[in-house]
Design a protein around this ligand. Structure first.
Ligand code: COA
Length: 173
């Protein structure tokens, strides 16, 4: 077993399975665009919620969304179909956590499933009193898949933090 997240290394960690979450949403007409398929913003809302559940389960503290990486919509989800969201932790740092959320559609008549999106969401745990970032428990990686995903997550985090540090267009300096 590998424990990621050096600041709390040595403290009891939590596995990916401990916080993983499944969510099913039936796509209703008021969530659809003029083509009868779910709005992209609605899917992003569900992704944010699924990731928030995973993050809060891991740290049992208030959590806020810090970043959502670029995401694509690979296939539409029709009104009357299910959107199935599966969220799991890929990386835990000091106060931040990266959650991978995969979205599939399921046709309730045929049972056919299609992968429609994958998103990587960063949540930060907050101290309930000061509302400042607070340390979270380390992540225990149990499988080769989890270790491979964690290695990719480290690379994504490196890029994310570089983008955050880069000056914004039009900003002084
Ligand atoms: C996220 C937030 C708490 C970070 O606060 P901050 O004062 O910038 O804190 P820090 O610079 O100390 O960063 C804290 C952690 O957040 C991470 N972080 C902050 N902004 C980030 C970003 N854009 N992308 C990825 N990680 C980020 C830092 O890397 C750090 O991680 P670590 O503790 O694991 O090393 C703050 O920016 C915030 O409150 N944002 C608004 C959140 C919000 O309203 N979300 C939508 C509704 S939930």
């Amino acid at each position: 077993m590998t424990v990621s997240g050096s600041p709390m290394a040595g403290r009891p960690g939590q596995t990916v399975r401990d916080s993983a979450a499944e969510m099913a949403q039936l796509v209703l007409p008021h969530e659809a665009n003029v083509h009868g398929t779910v709005l992209g913003g609605t899917v992003m809302h569900w992704i944010d919620l699924a990731a928030a559940v995973v993050a809060a389960r891991h740290c049992r503290r208030p959590v806020v969304t810090a970043a959502i990486d670029e995401m694509s919509f690979l296939a539409p989800i029709q009104v009357g179909q299910l959107a199935l969201l599966h969220g799991r932790l890929t990386l835990v740092d000091t106060s931040s956590m990266e959650i991978r959320v995969d979205v599939d559609s399921e046709d309730l008549m045929s049972g056919e499933r299609r992968h429609t999106s994958t998103a990587f969401v960063t949540f930060v745990a907050l101290d309930p009193v000061t509302r400042r970032p607070i340390e979270v428990p380390p992540l225990v990686l149990e499988t080769d898949d989890e270790r491979a995903e964690h290695a990719r997550a480290l690379e994504r985090r490196r890029h994310r933090l570089a983008r955050r540090a880069a000056p914004r267009p039009g900003s002084p300096g």
